[in-house]
Design a protein around this ligand. Structure first.
Ligand SMILES: [Zn+2]
Length: 188
C-alpha cells in the first residue's frame, strides 16, 4: 500500500466511516486504501476492445521497460469514447505536446493523477478545472502524438510523477465484458 492514501471507503468509492461501523449487516472490511478502490474503465465499454498488459514494457519514445501505462485499442481501429475513471477534476490539458499527443490529466481528491494520451477530440465544454464524475465523457481516443493507430495510453500516477507511475491493471474491474486483457508483455 502506498503511504498517505489511506482513507475510509467502501467498494463504490464513497466515504463510509460511522455508517459502516454501526451496520449489523456489514460484511465488508471498513478500512480500505484509496488505491484499492477499483477505477471505472477509462473507455466506454461496448465490444471489440483489447487492453495490452504492457505496463513496464517497451515505450516507443523511451525504450525497453519504460512504458509507464497501458494501451487500450479498438480491434476495428474505430476510435472509442473516453470516460472518466474517477470522481475528480480535470487538472491539465495538453495539446500535441510531443509523443503523448493530445492529453487529459485528471486528479482525484487524494492527489492521484490519471493520464489519457493520444486523445482525438476533447469533449466540448470541458476545460482545466472542470469537475467530472465517473463515466463522464472526456472525448474520443485518437492517434495524436506517436500513436500508430487510434488507442488510449492510460497512466496512474499516485504522486503525479511519471517515475512513480503504477500498473493500472490491478485497479481496473477485470474481467470486463467486451474487453480482452492481454498477457503481460514483459520489458519488450
Ligand atoms: Zn502507451
Amino acid at each position: 500500500m502506498i503511504a498517505g492514501f489511506s482513507a475510509l471507503h467502501d467498494g463504490s468509492g464513497r466515504a463510509t466511516g460511522s455508517e459502516l461501523a454501526g451496520a449489523a449487516s456489514a460484511t465488508r472490511t471498513a478500512v480500505r486504501t484509496r488505491l484499492d478502490d477499483l477505477l471505472t474503465f477509462p473507455v466506454l465499454v461496448g465490444s471489440g476492445l483489447i487492453t495490452l498488459n504492457n505496463f513496464g514494457g517497451r515505450s516507443v519514445s523511451s525504450g525497453a521497460c519504460a512504458h509507464r501505462g497501458i494501451d487500450i485499442f479498438p480491434t476495428d481501429d474505430v476510435p472509442r469514447v473516453l470516460v472518466s475513471c474517477i470522481d475528480g477534476v480535470l487538472d491539465g490539458q495538453r495539446i500535441l505536446e510531443g509523443s503523448q499527443g493530445n492529453a487529459w490529466v485528471l486528479r482525484d481528491g487524494d492527489g492521484v493523477s490519471y493520464r489519457y494520451h493520444h486523445v482525438g477530440e476533447f469533449e466540448p465544454g470541458l476545460e482545466v478545472g472542470s469537475v467530472v464524475r465517473r463515466g463522464d465523457v472526456l472525448g474520443t481516443m485518437g492517434s495524436t502524438g506517436n500513436a500508430g493507430n487510434a488507442h488510449l495510453h492510460f497512466e496512474v500516477r499516485p504522486d503525479g510523477t511519471g517515475a512513480n507511475a503504477i500498473d493500472p491493471i490491478p485497479l481496473l474491474p477485470f474481467p470486463i465484458v467486451g474487453v480482452v486483457l492481454g498477457a503481460p508483455t514483459g520489458c519488450s
